[in-house]
Ligand binder design. Structure first.
Ligand SMILES: [Zn+2]
Ligand SMILES: [Zn+2]
Ligand SMILES: [Zn+2]
Ligand SMILES: [Zn+2]
Ligand SMILES: [Zn+2]
Ligand SMILES: [Zn+2]
Ligand SMILES: [Zn+2]
Length: 474
């Protein structure tokens, strides 16, 4: 018999028993010392078919054996126990080999042998994995918190880790402060310079260390009125409105400032100024009215100027003819004037006049018609004397579809020596002869004007036409 290769536990022994070399010379099991322990021996009995009835079968020929005839064989036992075997953990790496006799002793120290955790946590592990288990995994291992010094079993320690009130930690607000965890919440609530805090004026959130700066800008921060009006606390953003509207010391302008009063005083004192300055204000208002009247007159002139015709043709309607003729008969030299008109755009400013009861040689029985040059806007740009052909017409208002109208027409070239046709000078006196128009004292007799339809609906039309050569038109 050479070395028996054993597996784990009783299986190795079974193969040893299966080898059929059990001696059955002596009955009883006493003295059969199984080096592999009780469990292995029971298994051996089962494999041998034992039921405690003392019936065994021979593994060689399957014949029943009489249990009573089985007896220990000390010599064979000694022989067997001296066989050399490898450790049952050789496959896992144990390199031990020795006699079966010494196997049990080896297993007591074999680093591959499985042993229960000495902390009775229920875990079994190989002897060589045990230190790691005891140190890191065993829920029953004992640990001391390095911060608070408390003893913990493994599980409790894991729960304690990261929570130890004595552990030194950095402030979560990153203010740089370090303290025991148990002091942290208090720190973050009332001490940390990086804690957020609402501004007590505008209620927005700020870091504690910037809130002081914020107060210099906070729109709701209370400030006193700089005019010392008595208002001691007003939100910064409302100060402008206060100074403008409510501050009793704010300066106000006199309501007559448009009229020229330059007075400024605190609002409260204004009514006294108004009481005291009635005369002054009245004077200022009078002057203002005068200035405005002048402005109005100027405007009216400009508007009239704009309304003046500028195409060289005037058609002048004299309405209410019979009444005006009557008036002219009663008042010598009663002259009616047409609206002024321009010969062309930027041209000479002219005006037609009529003596309904005649003047000069036509006085009393003719209609006299004249034209005169008025001072115009563009006189400095024009050639003088005025020398363009003028045509007067008294229009026949007969219905053109019934008979061809027969207008009374006279045309003349201005006399270049006539004073009124010279360039109008500054400050022409009103009775200056340069104001005399040029025209026809006997344009039409009172007899002829009654003919046809020269007077219709108590109105006459006098037309003046100035012929301006095309080349001087703008
Ligand atoms: Zn071993
Ligand atoms: Zn354990
Ligand atoms: Zn602790
Ligand atoms: Zn902090
Ligand atoms: Zn604020
Ligand atoms: Zn004030
Ligand atoms: Zn005033």
């Amino acid at each position: 018999m050479s070395t028996i290769q054993t597996g784990a536990g009783g299986r190795g022994l079974a193969s040893w028993a299966d080898s059929g070399r059990l001696s059955a010379e002596r009955p009883g099991e006493a003295g059969f010392s199984n080096p592999l322990g009780r469990e292995s021996r029971l298994q051996t009995e089962r494999e041998l078919g034992g039921r405690g009835e003392g019936v065994f079968k021979c593994p060689e020929d399957q014949l029943p054996l009489d249990y009573a005839k089985i007896y220990p064989d000390p010599d064979l036992e000694a022989q067997v126990l001296s066989l050399t075997i490898r450790c049952i953990h050789s496959e896992e790496g144990c390199r031990w080999s020795g006699t079966i006799r010494h196997l049990q002793a080896h297993l007591g120290t074999c680093s591959y042998n499985v042993v229960p955790c000495p902390n009775r946590c229920g875990t079994k592990s190989s002897r060589r994995d045990l230190p790691a288990h005891l140190q890191h995994d065993c829920p029953q291992r004992h640990l001391k918190c390095e911060f608070c010094g408390t003893d913990f079993t493994g599980e409790a320690f894991e729960n304690h880790q990261g929570l130890c009130p004595q552990e030194s930690v950095y402030c979560e607000n990153k203010c740089g402060a370090r303290m025991m965890r148990r002091l942290l919440s208090q720190h973050m609530l009332v001490e940390c310079p990086k804690r957020t805090q609402p501004c007590s004026y505008c209620a927005k959130d700020f870091l504690y260390d910037t809130i002081q700066n914020h107060e210099y800008q906070c729109p709701r921060y209370p400030v006193p009125c700089p005019n010392q009006c008595g208002v001691s606390s007003i939100a910064r953003e409302d100060l402008g409105g206060h100074l403008k509207e409510n501050c009793t010391t704010a300066l106000a302008l006199c309501p007559f400032k448009e009229a020229g009063c330059k007075h400024r005083c605190p609002k409260l004192a204004m009514s006294r100024h108004l009481d005291e300055s009635t005369k002054l204000h009245l004077g200022l208002m009078g002057a203002l009215v005068t200035r405005q009247r002048q402005e109005l007159a100027e405007l009216r002139r400009e508007v009239e100027e704009l309304a003046v015709g500028s195409d060289g043709v005037l058609i002048w309607k004299i309405a209410d003819y019979s009444r005006k003729l009557q008036e002219a008969k009663q008042r010598a030299n009663y002259e009616s004037f047409s609206p002024p008109f321009y010969t062309h755009r930027y041209g000479y400013k002219l005006q037609v006049s009529a003596f309904l009861n005649g003047n000069g040689s036509g006085e009393g029985s003719f209609l006299s018609v004249y034209i005169r040059v008025l001072p115009g806007q563009y006189d400095n740009l024009l050639e003088w004397p005025f020398s363009y052909r003028v045509t007067f017409s008294l229009l026949d208002q007969s219905d053109p579809s019934l008979s061809k109208p027969q207008h009374i027409t006279e045309t003349f070239l201005p006399d270049p020596n006539w004073k009124n046709f010279q360039k109008p000078g500054q400050g022409r006196a009103s009775l200056d002869e340069s104001l005399l128009g040029f025209g026809y004292p006997k344009f039409i007799s009172h007899e002829d004007i009654k003919k046809r339809n020269y007077v219709k609906d108590n109105a006459v039309f006098i037309k003046a036409l100035v012929e301006i050569p095309q080349k001087i038109m703008p």
